[in-house]
Design a protein around this ligand. Structure first.
Ligand SMILES: *[C@@H]1O[C@H](CO)[C@@H](O)[C@H](O)[C@H]1NC(C)=O
Ligand SMILES: *[C@@H]1O[C@H](CO)[C@@H](O)[C@H](O)[C@H]1NC(C)=O
Ligand SMILES: *[C@@H]1O[C@H](CO)[C@@H](O)[C@H](O)[C@H]1NC(C)=O
Ligand SMILES: *[C@@H]1O[C@H](CO)[C@@H](O)[C@H](O)[C@H]1NC(C)=O
Ligand SMILES: *[C@@H]1O[C@H](CO)[C@@H](O)[C@H](O)[C@H]1NC(C)=O
Length: 283
């Protein structure tokens, strides 16, 4: 890639290139980077202090595929050598060195190599990044089953899960910030808790994690236990209401029926007038 090699004899550049590749693979490992499908990632190489950059070229290689140049920052600013490559409009360079890839796709996983040329020296830096694009992690769900609740506390089972169809590699972790002494771990996602009333205001959090991101969901045990208790109280309230309203309703019904009977007697003449029609229909 350097101009100096072009001046050598025809066979040598290839040999040198092979040596350089060998040295490259044996030398610095690409820096791991991760992104989430659909989001963006910023690859930003560290620069030596006070260095003034002349040109920066970004290359991409997926697996054993061919290395392609995808972006360049030179005296004219940002340039895309081939705007119809897989990245289309998704690349930008916020400054001379950093590369931002938007709308990440699984196929963007691979090695991104930068070639940085400086104003002051003829040295070339070529740091690289190994980008892995992961599926988004959905927020986990905490389900609970209340076994008992009383003056002695709350006996509840918490279970953390991911919505169906979630990527299987996400790891789940359920716990309390203070490291609960009230719990018994059934498995990685299930806790059987018997919490004394004095320690009810604890928060249990489930974290779903991928190498690229994490999502969490929390439950407040106190609210959970009191909500359930509240619901039971609500049922009791309904029962009391039924006990009071029921007899009242029966009384009202009886009164209304008595009034209707009186009206029916008054309208008897009218009914008689309509009778023949009714008889016809029956026949
Ligand atoms: C680079 O600059 C930072 C602060 O700007 C300083 O802490 C660090 O020591 C410098 N490194 C070198 C190699 O000069
Ligand atoms: C380039 O921009 C990125 C993101 O804004 C920043 O992290 C990085 O330090 C910048 N690099 C330089 C050399 O200014
Ligand atoms: C890049 O990262 C992936 C997954 O972490 C790994 O399998 C692969 O070997 C890495 N590639 C290179 C060139 O380091
Ligand atoms: C909590 O409830 C479970 C299931 O009903 C029961 O097996 C367990 O003994 C209870 N624990 C306490 C401390 O009440
Ligand atoms: C529990 O409640 C007390 C006050 O009622 C409060 O000071 C404390 O921070 C709470 N603990 C948690 C874990 O929320």
């Amino acid at each position: 890639m350097g101009g100096s090699r072009g001046r050598r004899r025809p066979l040598e550049p290839r040999l040198l290139a092979l040596l350089l590749i060998a040295a490259g693979t044996a030398g610095t490992q690409p820096q791991p980077a991760s992104g989430v499908r659909g989001r963006s990632v910023l690859l930003s190489p560290a620069l030596p202090n006070g260095s003034s950059v002349k040109t920066v070229e970004w290359y991409f290689r997926a697996g054993a595929g061919k290395k392609i140049q995808v972006a360049e920052f030179g005296p004219e600013g940002f340039r895309r050598p081939d705007p119809r490559d897989r990245f289309k409009q998704r690349l930008e360079m916020p400054n001379a060195t950093a590369l931002r890839i938007g709308g990440l796709e699984p196929g963007d996983s691979g090695v991104y190599e930068v070639q940085i040329k400086y104003d002051s020296t003829t040295e070339v830096d070529d740091p690289s990044f190994n980008l892995s694009v992961y599926e988004p992690v959905p927020p986990p769900l905490i389900q609970h089953q209340l076994h008992s609740r009383g003056a002695q506390g709350c006996n509840v089972t918490l279970r953390c899960s991911l919505p169906p169809g979630s990527p299987a590699w996400a790891t789940l972790q359920l716990g309390d910030a203070s490291g609960t002494p009230w719990g018994q771990r059934v498995d990685g996602q299930t806790l059987q808790l018997a919490i004394p009333a004095s320690a009810l205001n604890a928060t249990y959090t489930c974290v779903a994690r991928s190498p690229a991101e994490e999502q969490s969901c929390s439950v407040d045990v106190k609210a959970l236990c009191e909500h359930e208790a509240g619901r039971q109280r609500w049922y009791i309230c309904l029962g009391v209401l039924a006990a009071v309203v029921g007899p009242l309703a029966v009384l009202l019904c009886l009164r209304r029926r008595r009034r209707r009977r009186r009206k029916a007697a008054e309208g008897a003449a009218l009914s008689v007038a309509e009778e023949p029609q009714y008889a016809q229909v029956l026949r």
